[in-house]
Design a binder for this molecule. Sequence first.
Ligand SMILES: NC(=O)NCCC[C@H](N)C(=O)O
Length: 290
Amino acid sequence: MNYIPLNITSETAQLKTVILGIGTDQGEPYEINPVAKMHKQQGTYPKPEDIEEEINEAKLALEKAGVEVLQPDNLKEKKQIFTRDIGFVIDDRFVIANMKEPLRQGEIKGIERIMSQFNPEKIVRIPDGATIEGGDVLVHGNHVFVGISKRTNRKGFDYLKDQFPNKTFHALELVVSDDPKVNILHLDCAFQPVGEKYAIFYEEGFVHKPEIIYDLFGTDNLIRIDQEEKNLMFPNIFSIGPNDVLIEKGFTRLISELEARGITCHKVKYFETSKLSGLLRCSTLPLVRV
Ligand SMILES: NC(=O)NCCC[C@H](N)C(=O)O
């Protein structure tokens, strides 16, 4: 059997294969995070057809960039937009997340067909009691950053760390709040490496000053954002290569910052989907970067 050669050692190496979410048959609106709840209450919850259209636009942009795009099988009345959280690759292993949020727990079934193309010896399962979601995990060479959030707990962190003894793990506690303006759902809503040496960074999203981010990137290479930009989901763009990102077309200031650093911005509309508290990183599960 020719297994998919899983390989993820960074956020930014050239992307070859990715699982992109789907927007079909989404079921009822949910309130599982403060931002989605806010939009539901104020009548601005995104329409399923708009989400579907945005995902299709992202798919076309990925394919245009030469990326192989895989997608989940549809599950009845289930949101399967944010594939990032249901599993993730570190080096050549696929970790099946143990999702905290009950409404999202069944999503993994939608990618079983794709998972059957992974070497079974390279699949890691998180045990009961330990929770971890892919949005809280960022691989950066020998380092792995893990957000401790409402969705990812210490047990999840400890278990993951033990599975990869050759990596250095960093637990970063995130600000959890019912206030949509303040809450950080996952680590990738406050921080993401980008380009050859930069990172998008919302410092107020961390309970303690994340010294390790300063140490590894250097103060001058941090692209700082404010609360409003955090809420638009600036940190949640998606790298498709060392100098190429997929980005929401309305992120004008970030686009200028990235272009000034030699990073090409492939712009798509993703504003409606972002109302569920996820953007392009959340919607993608990279399997192979080269
Ligand atoms: N990595 C992420 O931040 N994923 C976004 C997930 C949004 C989804 N509505 C959720 O609350 O689980």
